[in-house]
Design a protein around this ligand. Structure first.
Ligand SMILES: CC(C)(COP(=O)(O)OP(=O)(O)OC[C@H]1O[C@@H](n2cnc3c(N)ncnc32)[C@H](O)[C@@H]1OP(=O)(O)O)[C@@H](O)C(=O)NCCC(=O)NCCS
Length: 256
């Protein structure tokens, strides 16, 4: 009589130390949405003093783990729940993003997507939107600190860069709002939309969504995605008004 079938073990992790190792990775198909961004995400995690790990240690990567120490958040990219669950949390990690809910209390985020050309609803701008310059970084850092608390100024230094850009709205001398775009060849990721509380409900957020979609279109990028916390009604409304539709889901799972 044969016993229970053996459970296949999860392969070991390998630490990726530098950009040269990131460039050499052979990445498998790890995500419906994030494949075009993964090498950039890994480089950014390292640049900000974080961690990058892969499974298996050699050959095609089927699981990628990234960690940002200031946000204390990890991200896992894999098609396999077992691999997602097996990645060792970094010390201090408060939560991890993945395609799977990995712990009780996991918070769902909807991935919104849209074509940058077809069906973009017309928009009447309430504010002038411009591309952020390096001189905007201190004001962006200040805005993020006021809204979110602790923020890693190192990631803010990434825009403007070759992959990260920020569009901003100024009102007089003040930075009223900012929205970031990560650029890949086939898609752009809209993230970190933040409006100063004093300027909310005056159309700044909508302007920044439409302006970023238009900017992607002008740069020949056909698709845009954005992850939005299901509890964030304001952000969801703005995305939907910008022509975005739900395409998928990820989860932010707390780590005990
Ligand atoms: C979400 C956020 C960017 C919205 O910016 P905003 O400039 O206030 O948005 P807008 O003025 O362009 O609002 C456009 C529409 O969105 C909806 N909306 C905006 N804020 C809303 C809220 N608090 N509740 C419900 N709907 C809201 C409304 O339909 C609004 O149109 P209306 O004012 O004519 O009713 C802003 O509240 C913010 O910075 N929040 C904190 C950070 C955050 O959650 N960022 C999103 C991360 S994905």
């Amino acid at each position: 009589m044969s016993g229970p079938s053996p459970v296949a073990s999860v392969p070991e992790e390998r630490i990726v130390h530098d950009d040269r190792e990131v460039d050499a990775l052979v990445l498998g198909d790890l995500s419906d949405f994030f494949n075009p961004f993964l090498r950039h995400f890994a480089r950014e995690a390292l640049r900000c003093g974080g961690e990058v790990r892969v499974v298996p240690p050699s050959g095609t990567v089927v699981g990628l783990y990234l960690y940002h120490p200031v946000e204390r958040e990890g991200s896992v990219f894999t098609r396999d729940r077992r691999i997602a669950a097996a990645f060792r949390p970094s010390p201090g990690e408060a939560a991890v993003y993945a395609d799977f809910d990995l712990a009780p209390g996991a918070e769902p985020f909807t991935i919104f997507g849209g074509s940058t050309s077809e069906g973009t609803p017309p928009h009447r701008y309430s504010h002038a939107v411009r591309l952020a310059a390096p001189s905007d970084r201190p004001a962006m850092t200040q805005l993020f600190r006021e809204v979110y608390g602790e923020v890693d100024a190192r990631w803010i230094d990434s825009a403007p860069g070759s992959r990260e850009f920020a569009l901003v709205v100024s009102v007089g001398p003040e930075l009223a709002g900012v929205g970031w775009v990560t650029l890949a060849d086939t898609a752009g990721r809209l993230h970190s939309l933040t409006v100063h509380p004093r300027y909310r409900r005056t159309g700044v957020g909508s302007d920044l969504v439409h302006a970023r979609v238009a900017w992607l279109r002008e740069n020949g990028v056909p698709e845009a995605i954005s992850e939005i916390d299901d509890r964030n009604v304001a952000s969801r409304r703005i995305a939907e008004a910008g022509g975005f539709v739900p395409r998928g889901r990820i989860f932010r799972s707390p780590r005990s």
